[in-house]
Design a protein around this ligand. Structure first.
Ligand code: ADP
Ligand code: ZN
Length: 308
């Protein structure tokens, strides 16, 4: 029997606005199966998830818990009547969708629930680029921008949960962007409105993944990101910040962001993280695109532990 056989079998669901990724396994080295489901209506999508989980259970055995890392905003307050719901999301049709109850009723196991990015930061903390590093922040820059925060060994919840994508930043200057404005429908100048994939495409008139390496857009994107990281550095005092998501696959971005962050901080913080150790302060995910799914598995494990 290998060490991982001792870990319970868990079902994991990474619930995204574009796709749901489901998996079944015991840990990062033992994922037995995964499956991708396009996000359509809540009914159709959640039914497809349940069907796949039933099939996975028949093939791989009884899972003892389910972990869900979801797009949001979500209700994480166990005392709330709408705990386990996706709440006021702008995603059409998904407002006030109960995710947890139907999984609980159907599979009769504990269900762990958190934001997709809190799941990702947990995954990275346990098995990725942030092992044992606390406070730890994980930010994804993809279809949207979001961030998860782990402090004192726990995922940060509060009146809601961190909404790092909408931190206010100064409007970029000297922009050559076709359309200069922040693209967020809620805010005049927030991170997501400048640097999420769709905002980049609208502002520069070219798909984010087709902008050439030397395009001035990257300098601007790095500058906006660096403002957000400066604010996070000053408020949360993290020991590491992990940057993931499709847009961050551009290899030139992280070095540019590190440079701009040091520039904006202007020597104010006399800590190695924003000086000689900047390369290990701002890093890529250790789990690649799997942080969210593995973190969701960890949420399931935590729910199981809490139920015992
Ligand atoms: P999601 O946020 O939906 O989970 P991703 O993190 O893959 O998915 O983000 C998708 C967004 O990232 C799209 O807007 C896409 O244009 C952009 N993107 C994906 N890959 C790249 C890349 N290599 N360079 C720049 N942008 C990218
Ligand atoms: Zn915004």
């Amino acid at each position: 029997m290998s060490a991982s056989d001792k870990q319970p079998l868990i079902a994991a669901i990474e619930a995204g606005g574009t796709k749901f990724v489901c998996g079944i396994g015991r840990g990062p080295h033992e994922i037995l199966d995964t499956h991708r489901i396009e996000t359509t209506t809540p009914e159709e999508t959640l039914e497809a998830v349940s069907r796949w989980l039933s099939k996975a259970k028949a093939e791989h055995g009884h899972f003892e818990a389910i972990g869900v890392g979801s797009f949001g905003p979500v209700d994480l307050d166990p005392k709330s009547e709408t705990f386990g719901y996706i709440t006021t999301t702008p995603k059409p049709g998904w407002q006030h969708t109960d995710v947890v109850t139907r999984l609980k009723n159907r599979f009769k196991v504990p269900v762990g629930f958190d934001t997709d990015v809190n799941a990702a930061v947990l995954g990275e903390y346990l098995w990725g680029a942030g092992q044992g590093i606390d406070p730890l922040v994980y930010i994804t820059v993809g279809t949207g921008v979001g961030g998860g925060v782990l402090v004192n060994g726990r995922l940060l919840h509060g009146a809601l949960h961190p909404e790092i994508g909408h931190l206010a930043v100064p409007p970029p200057v000297n922009s050559l962007a076709v359309q200069r404005e922040c693209q967020c429908p809620f805010h005049r100048s927030c991170v997501e409105g400048y640097v999420c994939g769709p905002a980049i495409a609208r502002r520069w008139g070219v798909r984010a993944d087709s902008l050439p390496l030397e395009h001035p857009a990257w300098e601007e994107i790095a500058d906006v990101m660096a403002h957000a990281l400066m604010n996070l550095t000053l408020t949360l005092s993290p020991r590491r910040i992990i940057l993931g998501g499709g847009v961050m696959e551009q290899p030139q971005l992280i070095p540019l962001i590190r440079g701009r962050l040091m520039h904006h901080l202007n020597g104010y913080l006399l800590i190695p993280q924003t000086g000689r150790e900047i390369d290990s302060y701002i890093v890529s995910p250790g789990l690649g695109a799997r942080s969210g799914l593995l973190g969701s598995l960890a949420l399931g494990r935590m729910a199981l532990d809490a139920s015992r």
